[in-house]
Design a protein around this ligand. Structure first.
Ligand SMILES: *Cc1c(COP(=O)(O)O)cnc(C)c1O
Length: 370
């Protein structure tokens, strides 16, 4: 397993791509003592991020998980509510629902993509359902036509988890611009990073105002140190924001590199029998956060790559088998594809600044194994 490499690592699974520009932005912020969460880099990152996505409001927070939690909390998701979440995702999506004391309702992944299967959403909708949270996994957009149609028909909110998909597009429209709100992560290995950090996008000014209040203890506008409700400190630091501004300035470049790397892997692995991966579906622009493959004898292959100094990481473990969610009712065999992906999938080194020589080493090792 990757988290416990037995051999020295020569090629890491995913490292941040940091240049002189990032160094300059962060150094400038320190020199100007722009360090707190009310310093200008945070506002500038918010403005620049909102502009990049053509949205009215961007609210910076300290993690992608905080973004998800805050987005739901400010929409009054609470006890008794149900929220549709993909079974195949990272824990933060479901945890946001649980933190609101609502119930996540899991839907299997698709046969044709790692994303939620829209055809299996409607059977999970009950009178308690309030929201659908599509996750654009590994940088591939969900079928947003289908999801928005279902949401409209059943009068449900949509909050997109775009933590892995900055810049991805569904039919030419950026993911993160479809729902009531969308959430991004700027964790160190994401498409762009602030070290730790996250962002919420929305077009609703009033909702954005609520989000800004409850991310920082809900200070009263008229009377400071006066609180109508208890809230949290989920603010982003200005040093992170300074780093993020440099990364945002380079976002198109970072995406282009990831797309090129994915194309290189696909060309190199297309003739290796048994290896499967999903090419870019029509109607989408994928940003390939991680290059994932499904492989026979996946565990052995990962060990073999580890021996060659190549770090890999398993796919997510589906939500329905997690100790915290096992007690939720589920039908036998209903999570066929998420189970399959969780067992057979892992990702190859996927940093944006990976070189062709490094990918050649990975491809050659996979071929040697088989
Ligand atoms: C990374 C990630 C998150 C959480 O982001 P953090 O910044 O690590 O809190 C949420 N959802 C998905 C799908 C992610 O990949």
């Amino acid at each position: 397993m990757p988290s416990q490499n037995k051999y020295p690592v020569k090629i890491r699974v995913c490292e941040p791509d940091i240049t002189e520009l990032e160094v300059k932005y962060v150094t400038d912020a320190i020199k100007n003592a722009e360090i707190s969460s009310i310093a200008s880099p945070v506002h500038m990152l918010e403005n620049e991020f909102a502009e990049k996505f053509g949205m009215r409001q961007a609210i910076a927070v300290n993690s992608g998980g905080s973004a998800l939690f805050l987005a739901l909390k400010a929409l009054d998701i609470g006890p008794g509510d149900e929220v549709i979440v993909p079974d195949f995702t990272m824990i933060a999506t479901a945890a946001a629902v649980t933190h609101c004391e609502a119930t996540p309702v899991f839907v299997d992944a698709s046969e044709k993509s790692f994303n939620i299967d829209p055809e299996k959403i409607e059977e999970k909708i009950t009178p308690r359902t309030k929201m659908i949270m599509p996750v654009h996994l590994y940088g591939e957009p969900c079928d947003m036509d289908a999801i928005m149609r279902i949401a409209k028909k059943h009068n449900l909110l949509v909050v997109e988890d775009a933590a892995e998909a900055h810049g991805a597009k569904w039919k030419g429209k950026l993911v993160g611009t479809f729902g009531k709100a969308s959430c991004f992560s700027f964790y160190a290995n994401k498409i762009m990073t602030t070290g730790e950090g996250g962002m919420i996008l929305t077009d609703d000014d009033e909702y954005a105002n609520t989000l800004r209040h409850i991310r920082g203890y809900n200070f009263d506008d008229e009377k400071h140190f006066w609180h109508q409700t208890v809230a949290w400190n989920l603010r982003m630091s200005a040093l992170g924001a300074a780093l993020g501004r440099a990364q945002l300035a380079r976002l198109d470049e970072l995406i282009e590199k990831r797309r090129k790397n994915a194309a290189y892997y696909m060309a190199g692995l297309k003739d290796v029998s048994g290896i499967r991966f999903f090419p870019e579906p029509p109607d989408t622009f994928c940003v390939f956060w991680m290059f994932g493959i499904l492989a026979p004898r996946a565990d052995e292959l990962m060990d073999f790559l580890d021996k060659h100094g190549i770090e890999t990481r398993t796919f997510f473990i589906p939500m329905h088998v997690q100790p915290v969610y096992q007690s939720l009712s589920q039908k036998e065999g209903e999570f066929r594809w998420s189970t399959h992906y969780g067992e057979k999938g892992f990702y190859l080194p996927s940093a944006s600044h990976l070189t062709e020589e490094q990918m050649d080493v990975v491809i050659a090792a996979i071929k040697e194994f088989y």
